[in-house]
Structure formats: structure tokens, C-alpha cells
Design a protein around this ligand. Structure first.
Ligand code: SAH
Length: 255
């Protein structure tokens, strides 16, 4: 059984490639895929690309070309929910496309043809990922020397692993008023999104179509506000790739 480890950003992927036993690089659909083993288990590492279409293409290739049996996705996201701070991790319970709007033909956010707006992640795989995320954030401060205040984020004494809804859309949300609008509009409609990013919902939809388990964890890199673009590159380099490494290696040992 091959597990796909999908990374949103090259920094996360290169950290994992360094751990790969019997690495083999293959090009397909203009993308590099790495076959090998992590913790003695068969994996394919892939980069999602940025945005929903790129991520859907990669996920489809993982299923059709590489025959993976499940997909685990890591990346970064903007925090939307109360108490979802820079340096926390959100493990997705389900996903919604916040830019899907075929109203009045379909209710807002409903994916036409699916009769729902939220697509669930696999409960068992997500539980293992949540456990790995919890262990990671608990040890992060000491282990990585990570201090959010150095990146301009508020100081928090302890980091948390959250579990809940993540919203995806083809926009980098980097304005406080837009983040507030997104959060309250979704919340008022009964969709309390903890975080926003640009790929996960597309992969959730592909996995739903093929009937394979999907789980995703996003490290919070910013609060989707006016400072998001400042925090972002530095955070990815210094923190997110190490979180992804830690979570994926822990998860692979528990599978
Ligand atoms: N600097 C990158 C571009 C990253 S785009 C480059 O040059 O290639 C943003 C990435 O971070 C996407 O993968 C998206 O899923 C995630 N992300 C983080 N914060 C976000 C936010 N506030 N809004 C939307 N996506 C966000």
C-alpha cells in the first residue's frame, strides 16, 4: 500500500526527500514525483503546486499514475478561527471551497453534483495525523527554537493542534477586512472555518471521487491579515518545513 505525501511548498518537500530510502525521481505531467520509503513504508512524495487546479492535477496523477492508496497533505495556512495562532497546526476535519458560488442555481458554497458544500477527510487517518500534530506543537518551541514574536506575531506560551473545517480558494488572503468578512460570512452560514489556504479542498474532492482516504495538516503561517505577506516566506523556511518533517515522520511510524 503506497501512501502519497503531498507538500504545498518546495521547502517542505526537500526536507522529506532527504529522509527517503531508495529515492527515485520521476517526471509526470510537468511535475517531479519521488518514490521511495519512509519508516520502511512505500511512499510517493509530490508537490501540489499552488491553487486548486494545480493541486487537483497532482492528486489525480498520484492516484492514476502512481496508484497511491491514500493521500496525506501538509502545508501552511492563514488562521481564521479564534485562538488559531501563528505556530499552531490545524488538522482538517473537512474542507469547503470558499470561492465556490453557483448561486442561485445551487446554494452558496455547494459543489455542483455533490449535493454538499463540505467534503470530509478520513476520520482514522486524520486521528493519527492529529496525534502527530499534537506531539509536534508540544515540542516545537524547545526543539525548533521557534518564537512567533520574532516573526512579528503575538507571543503565545503554548501552541495547539486544532481539528476542524478548513476553507480553500484561489486567493492568498492578506487583508484584515477580507479575512474578517470570510470568517463571519462562513460562520453565520454554519461553516466555522479555522483556517484558509489554497489547495486542500481540491484534493479532498479528488480523493472523494476515487474513494481513497485523505488527511491534511496545515501549520498556521499568518492570520490572513495585512501582515500575512511579511510573515510568510520567513515562516516557511524556519518553521513550516520542520513541522511537516516532524509530523510526516511520526505519522509514517504510526501507520
Ligand atoms: N511564496 C510562495 C507562494 C505561496 S502562496 C511562492 O513564491 O511560491 C501561499 C501558500 O500558502 C499556498 O500554498 C496557500 O495554501 C498557503 N497560505 C498560507 N497563508 C494563506 C492565506 N492567508 N491565504 C491563502 N493561502 C494561504
Amino acid at each position: 500500500m503506497t501512501t502519497a505525501i503531498l507538500s504545498a511548498l518546495p521547502e517542505e518537500q526537500s526536507t522529506l526527500v532527504a529522509h527517503l530510502a531508495h529515492p527515485q525521481r520521476l517526471m509526470h505531467a510537468g511535475r517531479a514525483f519521488w518514490r521511495g520509503e519512509l519508516a520502511g513504508r512505500a511512499v510517493v512524495l509530490a508537490l501540489s503546486g499552488i491553487g486548486k487546479v494545480a493541486a487537483a492535477t497532482t492528486a489525480t496523477a498520484l492516484v492514476e499514475r502512481f496508484g497511491v492508496a491514500r493521500i496525506v497533505f501538509t502545508g501552511v495556512a492563514g488562521g481564521l478561527g479564534d485562538g488559531v495562532n501563528v505556530g499552531d497546526v490545524v488538522v482538517a476535519e473537512d474542507y469547503l471551497q470558499h470561492d465556490m458560488d453557483a448561486s442561485p442555481l445551487f446554494p452558496r458554497w455547494e459543489v455542483p453534483g455533490y449535493a454538499r458544500s463540505r467534503l470530509a477527510c478520513d476520520a482514522d487517518l486524520s486521528a493519527i495525523l492529529l496525534e502527530a500534530a499534537g506531539a509536534c506543537v508540544a515540542s516545537a518551541r524547545g526543539q525548533f527554537g521557534f518564537k512567533p514574536e520574532l516573526l512579528g506575531a503575538p507571543a503565545v506560551t503554548s501552541h495547539r493542534a486544532h481539528h476542524g473545517l478548513i476553507a480553500s480558494g484561489d486567493r492568498f488572503v492578506c487583508a484584515a477586512d477580507e479575512a474578517h468578512r470570510l470568517r463571519t460570512t462562513l460562520q453565520d452560514a454554519g461553516h466555522p472555518a479555522l483556517a484558509v489556504e489554497m489547495e486542500g479542498a481540491a484534493v479532498a474532492q479528488v480523493c472523494h471521487d476515487y474513494g481513497i482516504p485523505f488527511a491534511a495538516a496545515r501549520t498556521i503561517s499568518d492570520r490572513a491579515d495585512d501582515t500575512a505577506h511579511v510573515d510568510f516566506p520567513r515562516f516557511v523556511q524556519t518553521v513550516a518545513s520542520r513541522y511537516a518533517e516532524h509530523m510526516v515522520l511520526t505519522l509514517m511510524q504510526k501507520l
